[in-house]
Design a protein around this ligand. Structure first.
Ligand code: HEC
Length: 165
């Protein structure tokens, strides 16, 4: 009989020990719980530093990706007409940024200019109102219809670049 009571008591005490151990923070003012949670990597502090590390890692990756995208001049994602690519991109960049792989190209940045500005520029080059032998020579073989197409397309570059982001 005595043995049975001792046995039951032992089971109850062991059960309570397991219970308090699991709910450590609630039952023991946090200290034991913290240690337990520390081990489990679940304290607020440990959690935070882990999160910060992950975030900065992600940010670093994001930066790298952005740098790569910038480097590639968004060539893959930025859709331009064949005509722009073959006739204008070599000097103004595939996306009209005036840069390629971070290097300045011969032509200035076109992205951000409006359709009407571009159109006026082109007409002025062609008529000789604005003198530039490079652009003038280039535009000699193009007609008003081409100018309209190019200016319409380039006028959309900024919006296209934004839509990508
Ligand atoms: C051989 C290089 C070259 C090519 C190819 C070229 N450009 Fe240019 N472009 C220039 C240069 C250089 C200027 C700067 C002229 C100046 O400052 O007077 C310029 C200026 C311009 C400007 C005026 C920009 C501004 O802010 O003043 C427009 C618009 C333009 N180009 C459109 C085009 C279009 C459209 C094409 C394709 C049909 C094209 N360019 C092809 C070299 C080029």
């Amino acid at each position: 009989m005595k043995n049975i009571i001792v046995g039951i008591l032992t089971v109850v005490v062991l059960g309570l020990m397991v219970f308090t151990f699991q709910r450590g923070s609630a039952f023991q003012g946090g200290e034991a719980g913290k240690i337990v949670e520390d081990i489990a990597g679940r304290t607020a502090d440990a959690g935070n530093t882990q999160k910060v590390d992950k975030k900065s890692d992600r940010e670093k990756e994001e930066e790298k990706l952005n740098a790569l995208r910038e480097k590639a001049g968004n060539i893959a994602a930025f859709k331009v007409s064949k005509a722009y690519k073959s006739k204008c991109a070599s000097c103004h960049g595939v996306n009209g940024s005036g840069e390629q792989n971070g290097k300045k190209l011969m032509g200035p940045r076109l992205m951000g200019k409006s359709q009407s500005e571009i159109y006026k520029n082109l007409v002025d080059f062609k008529t000789g109102k604005v003198e530039n032998s490079v652009m003038r020579g280039l535009l000699l073989g193009l007609n008003d219809n081409d100018f309209k197409k190019f200016s319409k397309e380039i006028g959309e570059f900024q919006a296209r670049a934004k839509a990508q982001k």
